[in-house]
Design a binder for this molecule. Structure first.
Ligand SMILES: Nc1ncnc2c1ncn2[C@@H]1O[C@H](COP(=O)(O)OP(=O)(O)OP(=O)(O)O)[C@@H](O)[C@H]1O
Ligand SMILES: Nc1nc2c(c(=O)[nH]1)N=C(CO)CN2
Length: 162
């Protein structure tokens, strides 16, 4: 079975640009994952507890993996990039969040789709609107380009020379 999914990428430790570009390559290297689109990179102020600014972006993938296996793959790639789970919302070399999986709504103890906080996050919605503006977020029934108008995007800045 083929599905289209959207992934958010973030990094605020190390050479984040190199890490995020390498994470895209690593995703593409995974059997069952094809890259359909990737956004440019954005420098963003950390939301939540004080920590270094992030570099964020999004990608749209065509996958042949079921949702939980896809998540497990994302978590494994985070580990490969040295992601130690110091503390929730703490700095990390690589964060991969599964935002959308076709029009699936899933709420299990290990996986929630759509990502439960994506609609409040400019650092997700701005790059996602760049590559998936007309994707309907299934919980709200709204398209991404409408959702991004409802969040404060003043802390999301396109990186020069993307
Ligand atoms: N859609 C999803 N995308 C990514 N992780 C998810 C998702 N749904 C559930 N999880 C679970 O959330 C756990 C916590 O992830 P993590 O510690 O990276 O949270 P975070 O990225 O710091 O915060 P946030 O979840 O708010 O982005 C993961 O280990 C994963 O098992
Ligand atoms: N700007 C920004 N802030 C965050 C981010 C992130 O990726 N970017 N990720 C978090 C936990 O997932 C918490 N806060």
């Amino acid at each position: 079975m083929q599905a289209r999914c959207a992934v958010a990428l973030g990094s605020n430790i190390g050479d984040s640009h190199t890490i995020l570009e390498a994470a895209i390559e690593r995703l593409v290297y995974t059997p069952g994952i094809l890259l359909q689109a990737k956004s440019r990179w954005y420098k963003t102020k950390a939301v939540g507890p004080p920590q270094p600014d992030y570099l964020n972006g999004c990608a749209v993938l065509q996958v042949e993996l079921p949702p939980q296996l896809l998540l497990d793959t994302l978590l494994a790639i985070e580990q490969e990039f040295g992601r130690v789970r110091q503390q929730h919302w703490g700095p990390r070399s690589l964060d991969l969040d599964l935002l959308l999986y076709d029009d699936l709504i899933l709420d299990t103890p290990t996986l929630q789709i759509p990502h439960p906080r994506m609609r409040e996050r400019a650092f997700v919605l701005v790059p996602l609107a760049e590559i998936a503006a007309n994707w309907i977020e299934p919980v709200s029934g709204r398209v991404i380009k409408e959702l991004v108008k409802e969040v404060d995007c003043s802390d999301v800045h396109l990186v020069k020379g993307n």
